[in-house]
Design a protein around this ligand. Structure first.
Ligand code: DGP
Length: 113
């Protein structure tokens, strides 16, 4: 989508700190990290969020989860990490392109919201 921030990052039109890329997804460091490790994993195909993710092929959905696991290993998050995908206004989704936050690098609260 031409006016989508994350589509522009994937296309290299806006710079990003890339950590991983394959045919399905692109991953880069969050501009405002909330943990020592805070990475965004986004599908190259545009869809707004999980509510619309049924539009994506199963191979893309599976590929995203596989990529998250690979990235977490490569980042040394053996002690654990959290994966969050904000969906819609109640969850404060600010960028309407499906993305998964990988958060780690230290202990987190048991409380998730
Ligand atoms: P969410 O609130 O779940 O939609 O998360 C969007 C995240 O995207 C938020 O943590 C900040 C991050 N972000 C926004 N703009 C940019 C950008 O231009 N570059 C990078 N690297 N991250 C961004």
């Amino acid at each position: 989508m031409s006016d989508c921030l994350f589509c522009k990052i994937i296309a290299g039109e806006i710079p990003s700190n890339k950590v991983y890329e394959d045919e399905i997804c692109y991953a880069f460091r969050d501009i405002a990290p909330q943990m020592p490790t805070h990475i965004l994993v986004v599908p190259k195909a545009h869809t707004a969020n999980i509510s619309d993710a049924a539009d994506l092929p199963d191979a893309v959905l599976a590929g995203l989860i596989r990529a998250i696991g690979k990235i977490a290993k490569a980042e040394g998050l053996q002690n654990g990490f959290r994966v969050i995908s904000n969906c819609g206004p109640d969850a404060c989704q600010s960028v309407p392109h499906l993305h998964f936050h990988i958060l780690g690098g230290g202990p987190m609260s048991e409380k998730m919201a």
